[in-house]
Design a protein around this ligand. Structure first.
Ligand code: FES
Length: 87
């Protein structure tokens, strides 16, 4: 009886199924999907910048929680991410 190791994680970004490697950050998954994270107050599309939790440019909604820093959160199976591109 071994421990099951997943080779891919399936999550949903703006309702689209995405498969990424375990251990990836949500920010990486969002960028890989070609999405922006959020919009600035002037409407510019923003994406991860520092990658270490300082700039807050990577904020997205994760499982209904607003303003999560996607660079600091690891992907998990079935996670639902909403970006500025969700419409
Ligand atoms: S990229 Fe800077 S806080 Fe996430």
């Amino acid at each position: 009886m071994g421990t099951e190791t997943r080779e891919v994680i399936e999550l949903f970004i703006d309702e689209r199924s995405v498969r990424v490697a375990p251990g990836a950050s949500v920010a990486a998954a969002v960028m890989n999907a070609g999405k922006a994270c959020r919009a600035s107050v002037t409407g510019e599309r923003r994406a991860a910048l520092c990658g270490m939790g300082v700039c807050f440019e990577c904020r997205v909604e994760i499982d209904g929680v607003l303003h999560e820093r996607s660079c600091m959160i690891e992907v998990s199976e079935g996670m639902r991410v909403r970006t500025v591109d969700a419409g």
